[in-house]
Structure formats: structure tokens, C-alpha cells
Design a binder for this molecule. Sequence first.
Ligand code: GRF
Length: 193
Amino acid sequence: MINIAIFASGSGSNAQKIAEHFQGSSDIRVSLILTNNPTAFVLERAEKLDIPSHIFNRETFYKSTDVVDVLKNNNIDFVVLAGFMWLVPGYLVEAYPNKIVNIHPALLPKFGGKGMYGDHVHNAVKQAGVKETGITIHYVNEHYDEGNIIFQSKCEVVENDTPQTIAEKVHALEYQHYPNVIEEVILKSLKNS
Ligand code: GRF
């Protein structure tokens, strides 16, 4: 069994879709959900999905390697970031080389980097007047949104779109693709190991 851990800071709708995607699988499952936010709705989703959760704080995350201990104690093989707001520290990237992926709600390298998360991204897309946006799934390194790109998918931005309607279109793309891309990446990494 391959065990996935998902890191999320907020609602966790992607976390839920990913967990549901693997519910029928006998090879891969989401076995832990981690958050930096004790009031994140993702914790309620985890409970409903019957997936254990773990909350950590800034001090633990940046000044110790406790989170890696938690992952290792839970036999985690692969890490998925889904709406996780904090920069991943080097020790975590090194503990899971090429085994941490993130989804960014725009077409990187545009509209990425520090401070570019959630609605900030969709506001920036709207203000820039671009004709398309989308999602980027990428490996995670120690810099915001800079790891190698694995997959992108686009949607149109029309004049009447607001940051909210853009967010809805992007979320739909995330739900459609993120679980499948995670599955493909895991299967590929197994073949190469
Ligand atoms: C998603 O749009 C994701 O791409 C971004 O944050 C949002 C999280 O949404 N990084 P949710 O918590 O999965 O509902």
C-alpha cells in the first residue's frame, strides 16, 4: 500500500476529492491529513472521511523535524500539497525527494511566488486582463512555485469573469485533474524505483 499525506491550510475541497478518488484503490490511499491551521475546515472533512489528522505550528515546522517524524511514523510515501499556504522547509524536501507535489491555481511561471495564493492569484489574473488561466501541478522545492512542472490545464477568462468566477473555473479543473495526475506520478515513481 502506498500512503499519501495531504497538507492543506483551509477548506480542503481538493483534499477531499483526492481522498475520495483513492477510496476504491487497493494500492494507494490517503492516510493522513496535516494542517498548520487548527480551525481549517479540512479537519472536519478528514473526520468525515475517517482519515487521521495532525496539526502543527510554525515553530515545530521551521525549527524542528517533527513533521518528518510524523510522516515516517505513519509510513507516508508521498506528500501532496493542496491549498497549503506555508513554504516547505528544506529538510522536508530532502526527506521526500521528487515525492512532494503542489497545485497552483494559475499557469506558472505567471502569477506565482510569495504572496500569490488563493484569491490573490485570481485578482491578479483579472487585473492583468489575460485571456486564459488554469492550473499548474508541479514538484515542490524550497522556493514558492518553482519546482518542475508536471501538468498544466487551461481555461478561458472572459470579460464578465470576476475573481470569484475565475476561482470556480479553476477549482473545477483542479478536481478534474489533480487526483489523476497524483496517481500517474506515483505509479511512474514506482516503476523507476
Ligand atoms: C486551490 O485553488 C489551490 O490550487 C490553492 O488553494 C486552493 C485550495 O482550495 N493553492 P481547497 O482548500 O482545496 O478548497
